[in-house]
Design a protein around this ligand. Structure first.
Ligand code: NAP
Length: 640
């Protein structure tokens, strides 16, 4: 019997072999090659196939898999039996062949430094390499971070590491942002945990492959505690306005505290970490206020409303609704789902599964396995998918796809829907999207969606909603679908960046007037006319194809650090991008988005703003965002 409580030193051969049966070879072999400093553990003939991005083992056939696992077994036995100390922090030269193995022939040189940072083996390579004390010991520099969610905590940590005086203002009573606010049943992340976490605070013991909300909230609470960030945070306090004083280049924040007390806070720089997806979008359906029963939005879940035995109506079938509908169906007497546009579902059999004992053992006991697993997720899910989202201008195939690879994905996803709903033709007829994959983010599914729709007490309505009545939802055919409770899974006002905060920059310019509903920024972070105002998760920094917003935040925070380093090193007060640099950046972004499925599809999504422009999404590779945020170029900026 394998014993997964044993550590590597005391594990028997059977335990190791059984654990390795559950390993993902493209993560296992480089981890062992790095630990043993032995590149022969990543032979060319056992490379993953770059075309097989959906297979966790990179398309290796059973014979190759067996050989790879035997190689891994021998290597682990060496580590166990010879008392070899696993190597940590490989050099760039040591990493290159290992990366070449994972990337299977792709040009990897540009990725080597990024990989070292992402792996974070033994050292936190993204920590600021400068400090205020070294560069300008007599200077104080105060930064206000607005928001203590994932990106705000990160900014506070990094800027404090650089020796800046950091104050964080958080409207909620705790850290966690989206993971604090979204408490709806079924809420969980749709990015593999190992990748949806900070590079410098990885954990190998996530209980699930995709964490539920509570686990992630605890992760961010733990970060705040372990890094001592709570002392910097003013909880229950909202920033109502930020305004620049032109002569001093100081920013004044108007704060509204827990007791309603107004206060001003003066700082040298402001980092907005307010997120994109936290202002609930209640639909503009007539009669919303007429409904007599309880009604609430998914992000403001009313836990006092007992759904047991009730007739519940849910409006929307996006990522949030797809998660809370199955548990609501379990409780409600009748559930009516109003679907306007069907979603593409990405088959993810382990979406709700706990990490199995053998996999937990691998993560815990195989040196570097968790780190390489994280990178393997990065490689195949992130950069690997971009090609399939790319528009082929000469594409003459199915009009619901945008190119050959996109069509391959579409066929696979249609096939999945047919498998799931083939025995319910009425449901299948309403389930297949007529827009290309990657026009909206996929919704992960382990089969629960189809199972829920097929329940006798669940009804799917695709007729247009005309009005909300006191006793239910009226559709265009005149039917009133009676309900005791309405739940709005209708998304967020994502395009209204930074609202409802008033933001006034140089010359008294109001940011919201300047944007006119079409938010833009330079590198997604900075704004002409708003020196030392920095945005995290700002315009055009969202990803659709895949990826983790944590990665983007780490890039953005590094960039902010580089700007501030320049200011303190040169004695300057503030920097803002030139209008030319900003406009050129946005022209490039727009051209890039026009080459992606989400940029050309006309399907309704939160990626487009009222002007029709794709104001949310990053159209290029993750490597490219890392590269543009590596350093600050003063030539593109006005320095004050
Ligand atoms: P969403 O994707 O914007 O979905 C909103 C839903 O409401 C859509 O089905 C939309 O239909 C429908 N809707 C909106 N207004 C309507 C109206 N007037 N009448 C009828 N239907 C209406 O919002 P979300 O589900 O909250 O997700 C937003 C984003 O949050 C996601 O894309 C994802 O990035 C993130 N998220 C992630 C997770 C996760 O990690 N697991 C979970 C939840 C959310 P149309 O499609 O026709 O517009």
């Amino acid at each position: 019997m394998p014993d997964f409580t044993a550590d590597l030193a005391s594990a028997d051969d059977e335990t190791i072999r059984e654990a390795l049966r559950h390993s993902e070879v493209p993560a296992l072999l480089p981890a062992l090659a790095a630990a043993l400093r032995d590149p022969s553990l990543v032979p060319e003939h056992l490379q993953p196939n770059p075309a097989d991005i959906l297979d966790p083992n990179g398309g290796l056939d059973p014979v190759a898999l067996a050989e790879a696992r035997q190689l891994g077994f021998a290597a682990l036995c060496r580590l166990r039996d010879e008392g070899i100390e696993a190597a940590v922090a490989p050099t760039a030269d040591e990493l290159r062949p290992l990366l070449g193995y994972v990337a299977a022939g792709a040009p990897v040189d540009h990725y080597v430094e990024l990989l070292r940072e992402e792996l974070a083996l033994g050292e936190d390579l993204r920590a600021p390499s400068w400090s205020l004390a070294d560069l300008a010991p007599d200077r104080t520099f105060r930064v206000a971070v607005i928001g203590a969610g994932m990106s705000g905590l990160l900014a506070a940590h990094r800027l404090r590491q650089a020796g800046l005086d950091v104050v964080v203002v958080e409207k909620n009573d705790d850290v966690g942002g989206t993971w604090f606010e979204n408490t709806y049943p079924g809420c969980r992340v749709d990015v593999a945990n190992l990748f949806y976490s900070y590079s410098f605070a990885q954990r190998a013991d996530w209980p699930d492959h995709f964490s539920p909300q509570g686990v992630l909230l605890d992760y961010f609470r733990g970060i705040a505690d372990d890094l001592g960030l709570r002392a910097l945070i003013r909880f229950g306090t909202e920033v109502t306005a930020v305004e620049l004083e032109d002569t001093t280049m100081a920013w004044t924040l108007q704060l509204s505290g827990p007791d309603g007390r107004e206060e001003a806070l003066v700082v040298d720089a402001v980092v907005s970490a307010v997120g994109q997806l936290n202002r609930p979008n209640l639909p503009d359906i007539p009669g919303l206020e007429r409904f007599t029963g309880p009604a609430f939005h998914s992000a403001r879940w009313d836990h006092d409303v007992d759904l047991a035995g009730k007739r519940v109506a849910v409006i929307g079938t996006g990522a949030s609704a797809a998660q809370f509908i199955p548990p609501v169906a379990e409780q409600a007497a009748e559930l009516t789902i109003f679907q306007r546009t069907p979603a593409w579902f990405l088959p993810t059999p382990d979406y709700h599964d706990a990490v199995s004992e053998p996999v937990a053992w691998l993560m815990r006991e195989v040196p570097g396995y968790a780190n390489w697993f994280r990178f393997w997720v990065f490689w195949r899910n992130v950069e690997g998918f971009l090609g399939a989202a790319t528009v082929d201008p000469d594409w003459a195939g199915d009009p619901a796809s945008v190119g050959e690879l996109n069509e391959l994905v579409r066929v696979m996803l249609v096939d999945y829907l047919e498998t799931e709903l083939g025995d319910a033709p009425d449901l299948l007829a309403t389930a297949v999207p007529d827009y290309p994959p990657f026009a909206k983010r996929f919704i992960r599914d382990n089969g629960i969606w189809a199972r829920t729709l097929k329940r006798d007490d669940v009804h799917l309505v695709t007729d247009r909603i005309e009005a909300i009545e006191p006793d239910g939802v009226r559709t265009a055919d005149g039917t009133v679908h009676e309900a005791d409770v309405i739940i709005y899974g209708t998304g967020f006002k994502a395009s209204d960046f930074l609202t409802p905060m008033k933001v006034v920059g140089r010359g008294g310019v109001d940011l919201h007037e300047r944007w006119g509903g079409d938010a833009r920024a330079h590198v997604g972070i900075t704004l002409p006319g708003f020196p030392n105002l920095f945005l995290l998760y700002g315009p055009n920094t969202n990803i659709v194809a895949n990826g983790s917003i944590t990665y983007f935040s780490e890039c953005e925070v590094h960039y902010i650090g580089e700007v501030l380093r320049y200011l303190v090193a040169t004695g300057a007060r503030a920097a803002e991008p030139t209008t030319e640099a900003h406009d050129a950046w946005n022209a490039r972004i727009d051209a890039g988005n026009a080459e992606r499925a989400w940029g050309v599809s006309t399907v309704h999504s939160w990626y487009r703003n009222a002007t029709g422009r794709t104001a949310q999404n990053w159209p290029f590779s993750l490597l490219e965002y890392w590269e543009v945020t590596r350093s600050f170029d003063p030539a593109d900026h006005l320095i004050h």
